[in-house]
Each structure stands twice: as C-alpha cells, then as structure tokens.
Design a protein around this ligand. Sequence first.
Ligand SMILES: NC(=O)c1ccc[n+]([C@@H]2O[C@H](COP(=O)([O-])OP(=O)(O)OC[C@H]3O[C@@H](n4cnc5c(N)ncnc54)[C@H](O)[C@@H]3O)[C@@H](O)[C@H]2O)c1
Length: 244
Amino acid sequence: MNTKVSVVGAKGRMGETTVEAINKDSELSLHCAIDQGDGLDQLSGSDVLVDFTTPEAVMQTLEFAIKNNIHAVVGTTGWTDEKLNKIKELLKTSKSSIRIVSNFSIGAILMMRFAEEAAKYYESAEIVEIHHPSKKDAPSGTSQSTAKIIAEARAKHKMPAQPDATSTEIAGARGANVSDIKIHALRVEGAIAHQETIFGSKGELLTIRHDSFDRESFMPGVILAVKNVAKTPGLTLGINDLIN
Ligand SMILES: NC(=O)c1ccc[n+]([C@@H]2O[C@H](COP(=O)([O-])OP(=O)(O)OC[C@H]3O[C@@H](n4cnc5c(N)ncnc54)[C@H](O)[C@@H]3O)[C@@H](O)[C@H]2O)c1
C-alpha cells in the first residue's frame, strides 16, 4: 500500500517541487497539500508529512504531527537548540518519528563529510554561504551544521583557537560565530543555495564549494527521508545515515 504523504508550505518554492516529486513516485501518494490559512486538521490520516514553511510555522506543524502520531520530515531551517529540545520533549509521549534535515542535496552532505576530514589539517576554517534574498533565516542551516562538524573535529584533535588578530571591527564584519567557526551570509539576487567552506594553513588554502542550481537537487533526499522516517524513532537530524 502506498505511503500517504502531506506537504505543508505547498505553495512555496520547495513545497511545490516536493508535491511534484511525490506525485511522480509510485510508492507514495499525495494525501493533502496545504499552505498558510489552511487547517492543519486536513493532515489527519497522513502517514508522513513534509514541512517546508518558516521557522515560526514549523513548530505548529510538528506539534500537530506529534499529537496525532504522524511522522514528519522537516526541511524548514532556522532551528535553535532550545526548539530542538522542545521537540525531543514532546516526542516522549508520541509514536511519531521526526527527521529534521538542513540540506537534502547529496553534494551538500558530501561537502560536510569532506569538511570533517579536512578540519584536522588546517589552522583556519571559515564558511561563506550564499542564498537568494527571500531566505528568511541567516546563517543557513547547512552552514551551521558544517560549522559544528568542523568544531567537533577540531576539538577531537585538540587544535588551538584559530589565529585572528582582529581587535576592532564594524559589527558583523567577521561574520556570525557558530561553535567558534565564523560564518559569512550573503543574500544575492540570482543565487539559489551555495556554500564555500574555506580551510587555510601557511602557504595554502583549500576551498570546498557546493552549488545547488535547481530545487530538483533536493528531491532525491526528500523522498529518501520520507521513505525512511518511520524506521528511526524520536528525533533524527540530517540524512547522512541514509546515504552510504
Ligand atoms: N532542507 C533543505 O534542503 C532546504 C532547501 C531549500 C530551502 N529550505 C528551507 O525550507 C523553507 C522553505 O523554503 P522556500 O524557499 O520553499 O520558502 P517559500 O517562502 O517559497 O515557501 C514557504 C511557504 O510556506 C508557507 N507558509 C508560511 N506559514 C505557513 C503556515 N503557518 N502554514 C502553512 N504554510 C505556511 C508560505 O505561504 C509559503 O508558501 C525555508 O526554511 C528554507 O530555508 C530547506
């Protein structure tokens, strides 16, 4: 029997592409596609819901999913540790499984794996992320995940603090600090989703760059997450475990 999937944020850029991807997949059927102003009760009866909305709206979707034991795959970004802890708490009394994925594209996942590998060899590591100007959150979820991965690798290898002589700056010039890794967020018309992870040591730079040119690039990851979400109870982050 087909898995019944609903999409929340279905009129948005990612939501619309997700509806098309579900309709093309013979193992999935679209239960409902809702957007702002539609009642969440339409989601009842879904096996899995996919949320591509806003950092504010996604909490309501997930509270509904958890209360009604519906599994959820979340692409919406803008997560904080506080919000994640709230979801973990709510999940204690539910049969729902939730998977929150900051980036569904294979290239972005490989970029994070390569960054983890490179981190231990370089004194400096900084991230530049470039997105379209309609993006609401900054820095991007992918850049924050990458920063945390690099920071963990640096800590594991007992690396000292990064060299940086800055003593005065115009606020923001050195970027956002995530786990002691600087992230610089650009919002540029024409861009979709791009990231450069830059490593440096004396005499050399290594740049790992990923570009998403089309939202289609996220769909294999979205479908993979939908088909596997029920297999991992509780809250799971990313799809690294599904891609091997
Ligand atoms: N994880 C990934 O791989 C990935 C990739 C691209 C974008 N994103 C993220 O996905 C989210 C959506 O991105 P987008 O480019 O599609 O944005 P978008 O603005 O095009 O679409 C968001 C949609 O959500 C709807 N919405 C807002 N509040 C709602 C509510 N309360 N109930 C139902 N629908 C509501 C809006 O009307 C809109 O149609 C963002 O957080 C973005 O950062 C994630």
